[in-house]
Write a protein that binds this ligand. Structure first.
Ligand SMILES: NC(=O)c1ccc[n+]([C@@H]2O[C@H](COP(=O)([O-])OP(=O)(O)OC[C@H]3O[C@@H](n4cnc5c(N)ncnc54)[C@H](O)[C@@H]3O)[C@@H](O)[C@H]2O)c1
Length: 497
């Protein structure tokens, strides 16, 4: 309704009507490209189809990456590696300073790589968004977290679109990479960019293969798996969907230069939904094994043995592993983008809700198990001294976001346990959005310290830990990851949970 009231007359009415229909129609509605007199008077009339999608097959393009984090920085370096001129834009001046000096702030991203491209002038960083005017392509890689009510917080995407808008140029390609619900590119980003007076029409189908437009707009989800040595960015196929066919082709041409395979889809919504499906698939399957683990524990069956046995089936099964809860920026967050959006369609995403319920209960299960294990040693949780091993959300990464260990530590604190932590990737902890363990420092790991605790809780199974030595020295070990599977000595000290 809002759009009907806002824009009366001419091209805009037709254009905005599309959006209001999207809001109630579960199917993709595409504009037929027809304009009335007023539309022809608009800037759109004068639009130049002078830059064709094929332009983005070219060499030495100027690529702007907005948001130089876990996703944006590797992407920037990949484009630089392919010979393009890349500028990283970030609102954090410290990051920009470090990048400009050729330094890395992400553990698995090598400093030498950044230095190499800074020196060859293929990569630079800035906080000055007016430099976006020089770019051929602008890729948005900013955070998409949940707010305190566990609803999508699109403020970073919105702010980014607002900072592009005054600098948007004809013929530029803008691609949103941040994970989000279907509709974001068309409903949030496009209207902000069009406030520039430049137009990009929502259209699909063969009849719109060459629909004219002032700029190109697409969505292409990032599939980065930080720390994954088997699949780097270049080996991971990239899904691409345009607001219209030329936008889709422009984005395909660009990404084909840096990834092994581009998978085109018919719309930005399909691309947005594809990313959510991938992450919901993981979230639901992890919840399934977490629930089965609870049953197996009660039945005295080793769930890890069961999963390995089932994984021997060469088709129709994919192993997922239980743990202390979900972590990372994606899996605990992204599914709720879809359940929030689904409410607009009177639709309840029950699998997502159920999976969320099971996964968020896991840190409580861990703390209950620690309490029970101590109880068997005639000790109470309250007042016991514990050592928590690993705070990162998964092994071998320097990423704390949404780590279930932080939740476990919070519950331990509330229940009166005393605890320290060790994590080779986090020598000390800082204040976070939901937690404050600011004054904590990682304690050194040796036989003497290990023996001084009532129990050791393995929360993150970093590869650098010597699990045999840990079990040897500790009085009691609560293992949430089956990290001690190969330890043969003192198995009586180990509680799998
Ligand atoms: N980390 C992953 O493994 C991963 C994988 C796939 C997809 N994603 C998605 O990619 C997106 C980015 O995630 P990330 O992990 O790189 O986040 P991040 O927090 O590591 O990086 C985001 C960067 O954006 C900067 N930033 C914030 N607001 C800005 C603004 N208005 N203008 C310019 N810069 C701004 C921040 O300073 C930060 O450097 C998210 O939507 C996330 O869901 C992440």
């Amino acid at each position: 309704m809002k759009f009907w009231k806002q824009s009366l007359g001419g091209f805009n009415v037709h254009h905005r009507c599309c959006y209001s229909i999207y809001a109630v129609c579960p199917f993709r509605f595409r504009a037929n490209v027809t304009f009335n007199k007023e539309g022809l008077r608009s800037k759109f009339h004068a639009m130049a189809a002078d830059r064709r999608p094929e332009f983005f097959k070219g060499a030495q393009l100027k690529v702007a990456i907005i948001g130089c984090g876990y996703v944006g920085l590797p992407l920037a370096l990949r484009f630089a590696e392919a010979g393009h001129k890349v500028t990283g834009f970030d609102t954090d001046p410290k990051k920009v300073q470090m990048l400009s000096a050729g330094k890395s702030y992400i553990e698995h991203i090598q400093q030498t790589k950044i230095q190499q491209y800074v020196n060859s002038r293929h990569f630079g960083a800035t906080t000055d968004f007016s430099k976006l005017e020089e770019a051929d392509a602008i890729l948005i890689c900013v955070p998409t977290p949940l707010n305190e009510y566990r609803e999508p917080d699109l403020s970073y995407v919105e702010e980014t679109a607002k900072s592009i808008q005054p600098h948007l140029q004809k013929g530029q390609l803008v691609v949103l990479e941040s994970t989000t619900y279907p509709g974001t590119t068309e409903e949030l980003v496009l209207p902000i960019l069009e406030k520039s007076g430049l137009r990009c029409l929502i259209a699909s189908g063969p009849e719109n293969e060459n629909v004219p437009g002032d700029f190109f707009l697409a969505f292409s989800p990032e599939r980065e798996d930080p720390g994954n040595k088997q699949f780097g960015l270049a080996q991971i196929p990239k899904v691409v969907g345009g607001v219209n066919p030329p936008s889709g082709r422009a984005a395909q041409a660009l990404y084909a230069q840096v990834v092994s395979k581009v998978i085109p889809v018919s719309s930005t919504r399909a691309a947005e939904m594809a990313k959510l499906l991938e992450n919901i698939f993981r979230c639901v399957n992890i919840a399934l094994v977490n629930e089965l683990k609870l049953l197996c524990l009660r039945m005295g069956v080793d769930v890890w043995e069961v999963i390995d046995a089932a994984a021997s089936k060469p088709f129709g099964f994919m192993p997922f592993y239980p743990g202390p809860g979900l972590g990372g920026h994606c899996i605990p967050v992204d599914p709720f983008y879809l359940s929030w959006k689904a409410r607009e369609y009177d639709f309840s995403t029950r699998f997502i809700e159920l999976a969320g319920e099971i996964n968020t209960s896991m840190p409580y299960h861990v703390v209950d198990s620690v309490g029970e294990a101590l109880n068997r040693h005639k000790k109470s949780l309250k007042g016991s001294k514990l050592l928590v091993l690993g705070v990162a959300y998964k092994k071998d990464v320097d990423d704390l976001r949404e780590s279930p260990t932080l939740k476990i530590m919070e519950i331990l604190q509330k229940r009166g346990a005393e605890f320290d932590y060790n994590d080779p990737y986090f020598p000390h902890l800082h204040k976070m959005r939901h937690y404050n363990f600011e004054n904590m420092k990682s304690v050194p790991l040796n036989a003497q310290t290990l023996a001084s605790y009532d129990a050791v809780v393995i929360s993150t199974d970093h590869s650098s830990y010597d699990y045999g030595a840990i079990v040897d020295a500790a009085k009691l070990v609560i293992d949430t990851r089956n990290a001690t599977r190969r330890v043969m000595r003192h198995r009586d000290k180990i509680v799998l949970c």
